[in-house]
Design a protein around this ligand. Structure first.
Ligand code: C5P
Length: 231
């Protein structure tokens, strides 16, 4: 089935300590967000993309994708979930229906493998709720107090790291995000809004190298992968 994509790209990325938002840093001669868009643009089932860009963003208009007919710009919002809501509204204007699948994917996650994208689409195709790519915790996990001392070891067998894309029906996702925002609950990804609304998103195990560029060493690691040729 066809799917739509929302790329929230209106964050400032202060943890990168860079001169520009992290999605515009260079990786293999192009900006991170261009690689991120490439993960979707040649997919035969893609219906369209909304990219959420801050109003004062000077970088996006200079990218060649700014003039690509498959991509529509939506306004950025105060928090990530505000940006995603703007993106969903933009998709509605493009003709998306309430029941259509929408994949929300971080602009700063440029190393999504096609096999993972297809796995998500296939395994959730008939799901009543939807879900997300995720990776089971691999290290031993500690709960740590404010004094930097370990309080306890957490059972890692039930802990997963939530990645993107996160795939939900447009109408269900919009309602859940709106309700969560209204209630003032902390929503750091789409699934948390669905969970809060009482749904049970499914985790689909993905590759650990689908990482979100957050700290300078993430970009160094990806740059090495890129120069060695992506696997
Ligand atoms: O800050 P973090 O890494 O969690 O951001 C995840 C994604 O959400 C990034 O692609 C960022 O650009 C986006 N974002 C957004 N609007 C905000 C905050 C973050 O689109 N207000």
């Amino acid at each position: 089935p066809a799917f739509w994509v929302v790329i929230p790209a209106a964050g400032v990325g202060s943890r990168m300590r860079a001169d520009r938002p992290k999605q515009y840093l260079q990786l293999g001669g192009r900006s991170i967000i261009e690689h991120t868009l490439d993960c979707f643009l040649d997919h035969p089932a893609l219906a369209g993309v909304a990219v959420c860009i801050a109003s004062d963003d000077p970088y996006w208009p200079n990218l060649r994708y700014a003039n690509d007919g498959r991509i529509q710009r939506a306004p950025g919002g105060r928090e990530r979930c505000d940006s995603v809501l703007n993106g969903l509204r933009q998709l509605g204007e493009l003709g998306a229906n309430e029941h259509d699948w929408v994949l929300v994917h971080d602009a700063a996650r440029p190393n999504l493998a096609r096999a993972d994208l297809d796995k998500l689409l296939t395994e959730l195709a008939d799901d009543p709720v939807g879900g997300l790519l995720a990776v089971p915790a691999r290290d031993t996990l500690k709960r740590v107090g404010p004094d930097g001392r370990v309080i306890e070891t957490v059972d890692r067998s039930v802990i997963w790291q939530a990645f993107t894309p996160q795939m939900f029906r447009l109408g269900m996702l919009r309602s859940a995000l709106e309700a969560a925002l209204e209630a003032g609950v902390l929503v750091t990804d789409e699934a948390s809004a669905l969970e809060w609304a009482g749904h049970l998103p499914k985790v689909i195990e993905g590759r650990a190298d689908n990482l979100k560029v957050t700290r300078p060493e993430d970009l160094e690691w990806l740059a090495q992968r890129w120069s060695a040729g992506r696997s």
